[in-house]
Design a protein around this ligand. Structure first.
Ligand code: 3HC
Length: 690
């Protein structure tokens, strides 16, 4: 089946791409486009050509799923050369998004027409690459490098209006982009317009070059080791220095080398995992979400307040409920103060703040939840408290309302058992600060209604979150794995590492913060309380809390924070305390390399991830990766813990875990059966997808 149809309307040939869902430029489309250009040029009755497409997207770019496979001819640059070199002018009719290779197709055309809703961008940077079909050469020539470079650096698409202002579009029409493109194509045939690349490099002005160099300097400083930023700078620089063909060759070489880089592979994995996570096993499109027009949040603490802000930010009226007026006032004031910071930074107007505050209705007492379509409970993390709240909610909430608990660890069916409507009770686990963090774990206990889960997923997206549906089980996905890392970090201290060494290993890996700096920021007392409640011990962490060193809020924790400093300094007393505990446990302290520290921190997480998969708590390894990237700051270019494990090799991880389990005598470190099986078969977690 051909993916490109050619039709002649009057004197203009129209090549229409039809490759659902987003008209990606797979081999068949490239072939179809090349053939259409050739055929139209051979047809003496044709004076000009239009490239159009059907569906929501004009063209979403190269087909990302082809990356990493043997290239199939014709290459995109060859097709674009044919478009640009066409003796008859070619006009793009852009009805939807033109992204990546899609915009590059439009740039190779001699003219561009778009509908007002179209968006145009070069998002390659987000995939760890750079535009690879002339984008870095044609866009600066067309709109100037000072405007082109930021578009390629951020990867964010611009509106049709902006594109017109930049000179990237010839025209915006309110409807029928194809008719307008035909019209323009005929005019260009009469006028004989030059293609973008025929502009001499001299047409990029010195002023433009200076502006670009200033932007490039800044970008390189912030590049954080990502190789595609320097590559982008180099490619754009080539557009000034070299004729088009040579500049394009520079770009292509950089593009191809980035494509095989492990970081780009990881980002591509994340792209597809993000989309797969949206598909909940057993819940198809026939399951319709319930309507959510209003919400209630129980608990106006940091978490409840943040969740209420999520609703208000999405324009959903929300009742914020507390047991007493004073706590409620505090909560509302805290929300106001957070919005004020955004106003002072200029990211929120005072009017928008007022509109959001007006959507938050403070109330005392659970009866105020009566009208809400969804109630999110964010009260104290204790089963008794939650059961009492859900018991009362059962009496006041309207029939069909979703009753969600923001619990981070507790058993959701036990909470649901306090009601007579367990089908409507689910978990919605937000991450702190709830108004900022993207991750939303949606806990799907047995017995919950499919449409309740579908509602939570749809709502999560409306709130701007990345919803991941997880099974019920202590700590669900994220916190269950985090606990393994926390235990590993404590073990490392006792064995001989110091807090700053452990933190440095994770920061070196790409995390913003290590576990001890993080614990100091969140408050060491939180983990202490939870350990005590569960009868668990951690010698170093407990001793630090017994000394009253709760972290930044007390001026010291694993580190010291003189005069309220945000960055901690090494603390000799803590280091002496750790040495004492090692001695008490009869451990001869030894030093660890960064690599050893990483393995000891991350291997147990991967092992727990395997157990989570075995238990069906996560549907796919990619879901676990999405949880860690969006909720725990795992660097996206490392692909998530399960992707990382595959890149290390599961056999290597199994051996390291076995060695550690034997050394420490901890059964929890023995490799999970799934990990063992995959390693023995020479497979990775990615093979579970097949
Ligand atoms: N290649 C392959 N598949 C793609 C794709 C692409 N470029 N873009 C989207 N898809 C697939 C998705 O995987 C998804 O598949 P699924 O239904 O099987 O899960 C389907 O299309 C729909 O995608 P979304 O769920 O993302 O749909 P939305 O409507 O939310 O968004 C979109 C549409 C804005 C086009 C979004 O998909 C998007 O941003 N796509 C990626 C754009 C991109 O990065 N392009 C650059 C590619 S690299 C390139 O062009 C290199 C060149 O310079 C040589």
């Amino acid at each position: 089946m051909t993916k490109v149809q050619l039709e002649v309307r009057g004197k203009v040939a129209i090549a229409t791409i039809d490759n659902p869902p987003v008209n990606a430029l797979g081999a068949a489309v490239r072939e179809g486009l090349a053939a259409a250009i050739k055929q139209a040029n051979a047809d003496a009755s044709v004076v000009a050509i239009v490239i159009a497409s059907v569906g929501k997207a004009f063209i979403a770019g190269a087909d990302i799923s082809e990356f990493g496979k043997p290239p199939a001819p014709p290459s995109l640059p060859d097709v674009l050369d044919a478009i640009e070199g066409s003796a008859k002018p070619v006009v793009a009719a852009i009805q939807g998004v033109a992204l990546g290779g899609g915009l590059e197709v439009a740039l190779a055309c001699h003219g561009r027409v778009a509908l007002p809703a179209a968006r145009l961008g070069l998002p390659e940077i987000k995939l760890g690459i750079i535009p690879g079909a002339g984008g870095t050469q044609r866009l600066p020539r067309l709109i100037g490098a000072a405007k082109a470079f930021p578009m390629m650096l951020s990867g964010e698409p611009i509106s049709a209006g902006k594109a017109l202002e930049y000179g990237l579009l010839d025209e915006i029409v309110s409807s029928d982009a194809v008719a307008a493109a035909v019209h323009l194509a005929e005019a260009l045939a009469a006028e004989g317009r030059r293609p973008v690349t025929s502009q001499a490099t001299g047409e990029l002005t010195e002023l433009d070059r200076e502006a670009f160099e200033a932007l490039a300097k800044d970008a390189l400083k912030k590049a954080e080791g990502m190789p595609n930023v320097p590559a982008l700078v180099e490619a754009v620089r080539a557009s000034f220095a070299l004729p088009f063909a040579e500049g394009a060759a520079v770009e292509r070489k950089l593009f191809l080398s980035l494509l095989v880089d492990e970081r780009s592979k990881a980002l591509r994995h994340v792209f597809f995992a993000e989309r797969e996570v949206a598909k909940v096993p057993g819940i198809g499109p026939e399951v319709k979400p319930r309507e959510i027009a209003s919400a209630a949040v129980i608990g106006a603490g940091t978490m409840g307040g943040g969740i209420a802000m999520c609703f208000a930010n999405a324009g959903i009226p929300v009742t914020l409920i507390e047991t007493a007026k004073a706590a409620l006032d505090n909560g509302v004031n805290r929300i106001g103060a957070i919005y004020d910071i955004s106003v002072s930074r200029g990211s929120l107007t005072p009017e928008a703040k007022a509109a959001r505050m007006a959507l938050i209705k403070p109330a005392v007492g659970l009866a105020a939840a009566a009208g809400a379509d969804i109630v999110v409970e964010a009260a104290f993390e204790e089963m008794g408290v939650k059961q009492q709240i859900f018991g009362e909610l059962d009496k006041v909430a309207k029939p069909g309302a979703i009753l969600a608990s923001n619990t981070s660890y507790l058993d959701v069916p036990t909470i649901a058992a306090a009601t007579k409507r367990p089908q409507d009770v689910i978990g919605m686990h937000f991450f702190s600060p709830a108004n900022v963090m993207k991750l939303l774990e949606i806990v799907r206990p047995k017995g919950s209604a499919d449409d309740a889960i579908a509602t939570a997923v749809a709502l999560g997206r409306r709130l701007g979150k990345v919803p991941v549906v997880v099974g019920n089980g202590f700590g669900f996905v994220g916190n269950r794995m985090l606990e393994q890392r926390t235990r590993a970090a404590e073990r490392l201290l006792v064995a001989g590492a110091l807090p700053h060494e452990v933190d440095a290993a994770l920061v070196g890996f790409g995390f913003k913060m290590g576990p001890f700096a993080m614990a100091d920021l969140a408050g060491n007392d939180i983990g202490w309380r939870s350990r005590k409640a569960r009868g668990l011990k951690a010698a170093v962490a407990d001793a630090i809390c017994e000394a009253g060193w709760f972290g930044q809020k007390t001026g010291r924790g694993y580190y010291i924070y003189p005069q309220g400093a945000r960055a901690g300094q090494r603390c000799p007393e803590v280091e002496a305390l750790i040495a004492r505990i090692s001695a008490e446990q009869g451990v001869t302290r030894r030093s660890f390399t960064q690599e050893e520290i990483l393995a000891r921190l991350l291997d147990p997480m991967v092992n727990e991830g395997a157990r989570i998969l075995e238990a069906g708590i996560a549907a796919r390894p990619g879901d676990i990766d999405i949880v860690w990237i969006n909720g725990y700051n795992w660097p996206a270019w490392r692909g998530g813990p399960m992707f990382w494990a595959d890149s290390v090799g599961l056999d290597v991880i199994v051996k390291r875990l076995e060695a550690q389990a034997a050394e420490i005598g901890d059964k929890a470190l023995e490799p999970a059966p799934l990990l063992m099986r995959l390693a023995a078969e020479g497979k990775g977690f990615a093979d579970l997808r097949a």
